[in-house]
Design a protein around this ligand. Structure first.
Ligand code: NAP
Ligand code: MG
Length: 481
């Protein structure tokens, strides 16, 4: 019977035989891996198995100071004087080396973070390489990028990134910084340091002058020490709104430049004239793939009343076919939740949703006994006041509401503290233009979702932060005029 016809795929695990991980990783400062002055290390785990993957150094304030000083020296002595066309060659070489080591990087990303190999292989790694290619192209053309202005580099950029797209976020930050003539101190998140450290190896092997990029690992106070260092001229942060606010307070009164890419609670809006199967696929892609660990995840669904029953039926059917499990299996749609803390947080929200009176539906799939996993979850009959509608969950949990008119859905979709992204599904071009001008969101996708390109800027409104990454806007964020 249609809808109940199911089969199992044979396991298709990606091999990890070619992956070489050290037992212990040091800090990448001044072009070399150096022991941390703190003398401390912490472990990073595979969230799908609980297996310890490696130990990485815990940078303290003194280590951060060394890294910033290395970046400052490289800026003054080498990088700011180097012609753009020479800088471009290094950036281009890094892009090529990411491509050459794409398979290894994708497997490590999935092992360390839990995301499905399909996503790390097809999205994270190619897009990371593309960002380096794209910005390599601008390095010797800054005066064409910003005609009649005199673009100048800023100095040392302190960059802090989250755990959901570790390599990609590193690329988003490092590539434009280098193209603009800045040097970098970057810190990956506690739970996903490994691809950033592999990128450090690539950068070392690329011959990039020592100290131009420094990559230091740590948690807790490490990020704050970067933000507060007096020789850091620009802070680029991607992470939670809560930490973004702390950072903004910390740099108030200084002349540091800042961009903040923070949380989101995106609305996906399906009108009655939309291609419904395509829309359902887009909604599934927007919230369930990559476990909902996406700042722009379409975690709120608004369906026009006349098609609500059909859409919800199709959505439930599609959820039944989603494969939850081993991130390294090429068939997997939903991998492991990044950490126990994150899984606890998601489960807490699921309980909140139930207590708020929304109707919960989960797919009937089984989940592995070991590791951190969560079934794709739907909440029906939610309302604007529900916490599961207002707050970022960062997991595979979708809150559904219905609407009758365009005015109503715009009002509801905009009525949250965030404004990062949105999706609109309709057959009418005029409706798309109407919606895109009225949605208070940095990106509005029309009849598609979660599409990225290095040439198009990305960033938020309201509590989703300010400043843009990607495109010329992302380059301007690393320049003064
Ligand atoms: P987080 O807790 O804010 O952490 C982000 C980074 O900041 C980590 O490297 C963290 O280090 C560091 N950090 C923590 N406290 C700090 C402080 N006081 N000063 C400086 N740095 C500090 O966020 P997360 O849980 O890793 O990531 C999830 C969040 O990122 C979600 O809210 C999501 O929406 C957002 N996000 C936004 C975008 C976007 O483009 N807008 C993209 C991806 C993710 P440790 O954790 O290692 O201590
Ligand atoms: Mg890990």
């Amino acid at each position: 019977m249609v809808g109940e016809f199911k089969w199992d795929y044979a396991p298709a695990p990606e091999s990890k035989d070619h992956v070489r991980l050290e037992k212990q990783y040091d800090l990448f400062i001044g072009g070399k891996f150096v022991k941390p002055l703190s003398k401390k290390y912490f472990a990073t785990y595979n969230p799908a198995t609980g297996e310890k993957l490696a130990e990485v150094a815990q940078a303290n304030e003194k280590d951060v100071d060394l890294a910033v000083k290395a970046a400052k020296a490289a800026y003054d002595k080498v990088w700011k004087k180097m012609p753009g066309k020479e800088r471009a060659k290094y950036i281009y070489r890094i892009a090529r080396m990411i491509q050459e080591r794409a398979r290894e990087l994708a497997v490590i990303e999935s092992m360390d973070g839990g995301k499905p190999i399909r996503e790390s292989r097809d999205v994270d790694v190619p897009l990371a390489a593309n960002h380096f290619f794209y910005y390599a192209g601008w390095a010797d053309k800054l005066e064409y990028a910003f005609p009649n202005r005199t673009p100048q580099s800023l100095g040392v950029a302190g960059q802090i990134i989250p755990w959901n797209f570790p390599l990609l976020m590193a690329a988003w930050k490092i590539a434009p910084a280098l193209a603009a003539g800045n040097t970098v101190v970057l810190k990956p998140a506690e739970t996903t340091p490994l691809t950033a450290l592999k990128l450090a190896e690539i950068i070392r092997d690329s011959g990039l002058p020592d100290g131009v990029v420094n990559i230091i690992t740590g948690y807790g106070d490490t990020g704050a020490a970067i933000v507060n260092h007096p020789q850091v001229n620009k802070v680029a942060f991607t992470g939670s709104t809560q930490v973004g606010k702390i950072i903004q307070k910390a740099i108030a009164g200084t002349d540091k430049k800042i961009t903040l890419e923070l949380g989101g609670k995106a609305a996906n809006i399906i009108f009655e004239d939309a291609a419904l199967d395509q829309a359902v696929e887009g909604v599934v892609n927007g919230i369930f793939f990559n476990q909902g660990h996406v700042c722009c995840a379409g975690s709120r669904l608004f369906v026009q009343e006349s098609v609500a029953d059909t859409v919800i039926r199709k959505l439930k059917q599609r959820m039944e076919t989603l494969i939850v499990g081993d991130p390294l299996d090429k068939n997997t749609d939903i991998g492991a939740i990044n950490s126990k803390e994150q899984l606890d947080k998601i489960n807490e929200y699921i309980q909140i949703g139930i207590n708020e009176g929304a109707e919960m539906h989960q797919s009937s799939c089984s989940i592995p006994a070991k590791g951190y996993f969560c079934k794709p979850t739907l909440f029906l009959h939610t309302s604007q006041s529900h916490r599961i509608v207002q707050e970022e969950i960062f997991g595979p949990v979708l809150a559904v509401q219905t609407f009758r008119t365009i005015e109503e859905v715009i009002e509801k979709a905009n009525n949250i503290p965030y404004g990062l992204s949105a999706g609109v599904w309709t057959d009418k071009g005029s409706k798309i233009f109407n919606m895109t001008t009225k949605m208070r969101a940095g990106v509005v996708w029309a009849n598609t979702y979660n599409k990225f390109d290095p040439a198009s800027p990305f960033g938020g409104y309201k509590e989703s932060g300010f400043g843009r990454e990607g495109g010329l806007h992302g380059l301007a964020a690393y320049l003064k005029f």
